[in-house]
Structure formats: structure tokens, C-alpha cells
Design a protein around this ligand. Sequence first.
Ligand SMILES: [Zn+2]
Length: 269
Amino acid sequence: MLYELGMHRIELPGKVPKPTAKSRLILWHENQVLMNGVDISWPFSGADIDQNPCEFVGTLNGKAYFTTTIRELPAKADTRSLRDIAFVGETAFMLCGRARAHLDWRTQHRFCSQCGQSVHQVAQEFAMECVPCRLRFYPRISPCIIVLITHGRRILLAQGEKNREQGWYSTLAGFIESGESAEQAVIREVKEEVNVDVKNIRYLNSQAWPFPNQLMLGYSAEYAGGEIIPAVGEIADAAWFDIDELPKHPPSISIAGWMIRQFRESISG
Ligand SMILES: [Zn+2]
């Protein structure tokens, strides 16, 4: 994560703890987190939960966090989307992202994808297992690269087709393919999306990005040649922007915004 990691680290004991009076519960209703004032979690006891099992999320500052879904919202409920939780704080975002990933994993991995039989949870591990096949299924993580391309004081930002209406520009990103290194993915994605060649690729930072299950690996790269040609159907627009004259771009809570801010600070420096 980007700035709180040293202070707030989720611990994952080998054995799932039993809930206690100190435990906390993250409640979901249709992909929205039920807020408890400014807190994203509730006391475990007395929670109005339905028959869905609680998933263990992890332990933070000595408190075990669990999560589950509820069917009915209480009156005057305050709910937030996972994207809105990012603005609550990075620790809240990390906990809720992990909670969401585990709930989705549970509902999406109920059967073995090889033989079709039911799977069961492994006692000492976050894994589902098919006994006859001896196959284990882990919560899905999809590694992606995200890259800040620089050329002197300028950076290359692109507007995805899906961001055209909102007018957002951001750094380029894409999934890493099987058999590919992260650096190879940087070169391929940049070429595919904007037809530009890059050099001097450097790793910067990473962020779990639960929309869904992505692990963003952030890189910087320098322009090495080529004229910008946006990929048809994917990139609505792409251009070079002076670091002091940027269009609407992501805030620093996302790794894209963090990389842009870091570069601006290094330039003005
Ligand atoms: Zn099987």
C-alpha cells in the first residue's frame, strides 16, 4: 500500500480465530458497506446477520475482523460503495477490499472447476480444496501493471473509453499475461494502447485494487520513441501533459494519483 502500511498491517494467523467480544464485523448489503458512523466495522455481538457464514478477514491492532452480508438494511442506514471507502482511509479501504475479495471468492468457488464436486475450506489456509482431485483454489489475485510514462517535464495520460463522459485522464494499466514478466507487460501494454516505446522501466510501488481482485504494480518508464496513436475501442484520447498543467486525474489514494504526485514533487523539488 501507499503510505499507511508501516503503521497498520493486517495479520493473518495460520488458524482462523474464534470471534470474541473484541472482534469486529464488516457488514455488506448488495456490494455496499454498512457504515457505523465514521467506522466501517461493528461490534460482533448483537449484529443483525442472516444465515450467511462470516468470513475471517484478518487481525488488525489485536482485533479480529470478520465480514458477512445482510439482507435487510436498518432504517436510516448509511452505506458506502467500495470506491467511496477509499476516501474513508487507506486502512478501511484495505480491510473492506480484502473482505469483499473473500466473500466473492466464497460464492464463486463452491465447486471444483475440474470435476464439478463441492469443495471444502482447508483448515489452516485460505483455500478451498477438492479432495478427489487434490486441487486447491485460492482467493483470486490478478496482477496488473500501471505505468507513469515521462518525457522531460511531461507525462503521458490517457482517457479510457469508459472515462470519456467523466473526463478523467490516467496512467496506462493492463493485466499481466501468462508467462510474461511485469516489465514485459509494461512494454507491451504501452505499445498496444498508445503505440509508444518506453525505456528505463523502474518499479515504484504497489496497491491492492479490489475492482475486482487486482494487484497494481506501479512502474515509471521514460519515453523512447513513437507517435501517440490511441488503441481504437479502448483509449478515447491520449496526450502529453506538462506536470503543472494536468487534466482531471485520479487522487493520491490510488497508485495512479500517487505516482503522478511523486513525479510532480521530484520535478519541483
Ligand atoms: Zn475436483
